[in-house]
Design a protein around this ligand. Structure first.
Ligand code: SAM
Ligand code: SF4
Ligand code: SF4
Length: 360
C-alpha cells in the first residue's frame, strides 16, 4: 500500500503568479484551476443512504453552527480571488444549498463578479429539488445560469427509500419544470446508480427524460466519505448503462463541450436528446480535474477524497487584503497533486471528507 504525501501550502507561503487575462494557475500535474465548487451548508432535508445515512447523520448529529459558516461577503471574496487565478465556473452545492437562507442574495453577489478578461463566470447550482419550484424564478432573476437536480428514481417507494425522506417524486419533477420555465436550462438531472437499489430505474428514467430537453446523467456510485459502506460490486458502470439504454434506443457518442468536461456524452440516434455518464470509478478523469472546493466554514479542498483542507476563514477574518487571499489560493493549487480515483485501491484514506459537507 503506498501513501501519498502532500506538501502543506500553509507551511510554505507562495506569491500568486502574475497571470495574463484568461490564464490559470496550474498544479503539479499541469492541471489549470478552472472550477470552484462552493458548499454553502452541511445540512440537508434528505438522508440519501449513499451520502448521509440516518444512522450516522441522526437527530444528535452536530452540524456546523451558523456563526461558523462563511458569510456571503466572505464567500464572494474567495470567489473573486479564485476568478483571478483562472476559475471560470462556480457551482453552489452542499448539503442542500437551497436550505441556506437568502441563497439568491449570494447568487446575485457572485453574478456581479468578472474574470480578468471581463467575462461573467458560469454560475450553477446542484440541488435535491425539493425547494426548487418555489425558488427557481428568484434564482434565475439573481443571475444563476443553470441548475442540476438530483433524482435517483421515478418510483415513489424507491425514491423514498433512496432519499430516506417523505418527499414525493412529483415535487422534484415540479422543481425541474419550474427551473426550465425560469430559463435555468438545459436542466441536468443526476441519477446515482447503486446496484440492487435503483438500477431497475435506469430505463424508466431514460424513457421519462428523453425528448424533454433535460439532460439525464448517470453517476457511478462512489466511495466518498466514510459512512456509506461502499462496495465495488454496487457500482453499475457507465458502459453497462450505455448498453442497457442503447438496446432500446440506439445511442452514439458525441464530443465533449470542452476539455475536462466530467460527463461522457451520448446522443439518441433518433434526435431524442442526450444522456451523460459520469464514470468516476470505471474511467477516472483525474487527469483533467480542474476543481477546487470550498467548504461551508471556509476550508479549501483540492480533491473530493481529500483528508485535509486548508483554512481560509482565519485569513478572511484577519482583515488581510485581496492579494493575501490570492496568494493562499494559488499556493494551495500549485502544491496540488491529487488523483485519488486513478489510485483507488492503492491510496489508503482513513478520514475522507463527507460528500454532504463538501458537495458533489
Ligand atoms: N443536496 C444536493 C443534491 O443532492 O443535489 C447537492 C449536494 S450532493 C452531495 C451533490 C451530488 O453528489 C448529488 O448529485 C448526489 O447524488 C451526489 N452524490 C452524493 N453521494 C454520492 C456517492 N456516494 N456517489 C456518487 N454520487 C454521490
Ligand atoms: Fe442531501 Fe444531496 Fe446528500 Fe442526498 S445527496 S443527502 S440530497 S446532500
Ligand atoms: Fe478530481 Fe480527486 Fe475526483 Fe480525481 S478523485 S477527479 S482529483 S476530485
Amino acid at each position: 500500500m503506498s501513501r501519498v504525501i502532500y506538501l502543506h501550502p500553509e507551511d510554505q507561503p507562495v506569491a500568486a503568479p502574475v497571470l495574463a487575462p484568461g490564464q490559470a494557475v496550474h498544479d503539479t500535474r499541469g492541471r489549470p484551476l478552472r472550477d470552484l465548487r462552493i458548499s454553502v451548508t452541511d445540512r440537508c432535508n434528505f438522508r440519501c443512504t449513499y451520502c448521509m445515512p440516518r444512522e450516522v447523520f441522526g437527530a444528535d448529529h452536530a452540524f456546523l453552527p451558523h456563526s461558523a459558516l462563511l458569510s456571503f461577503e466572505e464567500i464572494t471574496r474567495v470567489a473573486e480571488a479564485a476568478l483571478s487565478q483562472g476559475v471560470r465556473k462556480i457551482r453552489l452545492t452542499g448539503g442542500e444549498p437551497l436550505l441556506r437562507k437568502q441563497i439568491e442574495t449570494l447568487v446575485a453577489m457572485l453574478a456581479q463578479l468578472r474574470t480578468p478578461d471581463g467575462q461573467a463566470p458560469e454560475l450553477t447550482l446542484t440541488t435535491n429539488g425539493t425547494l426548487l419550484a418555489r425558488k427557481a424564478q428568484a434564482l434565475a432573476d439573481a443571475g444563476l445560469s443553470r441548475v442540476t437536480v438530483s433524482l435517483d428514481a421515478l418510483d415513489d417507494t424507491l425514491f423514498e427509500r433512496m432519499s430516506d425522506s417523505g418527499v414525493p417524486v412529483a415535487t422534484i419533477l415540479a422543481g425541474i419544470e419550474a427551473a426550465a420555465r425560469a430559463g435555468l436550462a438545459p436542466v441536468k438531472v443526476n441519477m446515482v446508480v447503486r446496484r440492487g437499489m435503483n438500477d431497475a430505474q435506469i430505463l424508466p428514467m431514460a424513457r421519462h427524460f428523453r425528448g424533454t430537453g433535460h439532460v439525464l446523467r448517470f453517476i457511478e456510485y462512489m466511495d466518498v466519505g466514510n459512512s456509506n459502506g461502499w462496495r465495488m460490486d454496487e457500482v453499475v458502470t457507465g458502459a453497462e448503462i450505455v448498453r442497457l439504454i442503447g438496446a432500446e434506443f440506439p445511442l452514439q457518442p458525441i464530443q465533449a463541450h470542452y476539455h475536462g468536461e466530467v460527463a461522457r456524452r451520448w446522443a439518441y440516434a433518433d434526435g431524442g436528446g442526450e444522456i451523460g455518464l459520469i464514470t468516476s470509478v470505471s474511467q477516472p478523469f483525474c487527469g483533467s480535474c480542474t476543481r477546487l472546493r470550498l467548504s461551508p466554514e471556509g476550508r479549501l479542498f483540492t480533491c473530493l477524497f481529500a483528508e485535509q483542507g486548508y483554512d481560509l476563514r482565519a485569513l478572511l477574518r484577519s482583515g488581510v487584503g485581496a492579494q493575501a487571499l490570492k496568494d493562499r489560493l494559488a499556493g494551495v493549487w500549485l502544491a496540488r497533486g491529487d488523483r485519488y480515483s486513478e489510485l483507488r485501491g492503492q491510496a489508503h484514506r482513513d478520514h475522507k471528507i463527507e460528500m454532504s459537507y463538501i458537495g458533489g
